[in-house]
Design a protein around this ligand. Structure first.
Ligand code: IMP
Ligand code: MG
Length: 178
């Protein structure tokens, strides 16, 4: 699998220290509260796992599954809810945990969808932000890395459902897409 990687963008140590930083920030910002972490599957699963361990607060951990992508590398624009939350978020301080904010279509949709349930607040924490391709005016409240306009894989992110289990974030060799 690793032979398919052209170059590494963020290695394990770099990611770990960034995740620690984000966790400390959230712990401080939500002092005295019990945030409700909503991970967006499947891409969030590694980040959510590591980040949650760096948050020193009581918190709910739940997941949603949405899809806006086929097997390609660009959004189709349509968002579908495939798995919803298992608990009510009314009055709760929700933090949506995403792997990457790209066009923004997924998070714009999801934020509106969850706002209807009257949470006390909703914030967005994304490991990566790719502002070059934004199609909506959505902004993340917590951003790990502002990343270049390249298709990245690893640390939860896939290409055609593969590479999620790479411990770092990298860019595939161009011939893999062919
Ligand atoms: P958006 O709706 O375009 O913001 O897409 C967000 C979702 O697209 C992310 O949760 C990822 O699953 C996927 N995505 C966007 N960019 C990449 C990438 O570079 N690599 C892998 N998945 C990506
Ligand atoms: Mg995803």
């Amino acid at each position: 699998m690793r032979k398919d990687i052209d170059h590494i963008l963020y290695d394990e140590a770099t990611i770990a220290s960034k995740v620690r930083e984000l966790g400390a920030l959230i712990t401080k910002d939500y002092e005295g509260k019990e945030p409700f972490l909503v991970g967006v599957l499947k891409g969030c699963f590694v980040f959510m796992s590591d980040l949650s361990k760096e948050i020193d607060l009581y918190c709910d951990i739940d997941f949603m599954a949405v899809s806006s992508y086929g097997s390609g590398t660009t959004t189709t624009g349509a968002v579908q809810i495939k798995k919803d939350l298992s608990r009510d978020i009314e009055g709760r301080d929700v933090i949506i945990i995403e792997d990457i904010l790209d066009s923004g279509v997924t998070l714009s949709y999801l934020t509106k969808y969850l706002e209807n349930r009257k949470p006390a607040s909703i914030k967005i924490c994304t490991l990566m932000d790719k502002p070059a391709r934004r199609q909506t005016d959505i902004k993340a409240d917590y951003v790990g890395f502002v990343c270049p306009d390249e298709f990245v894989v690893g640390y939860g992110l896939d290409y055609d459902e593969k590479y999620r289990n790479l411990p770092f974030i990298g860019v595939l060799k161009p011939e893999i897409y062919e």
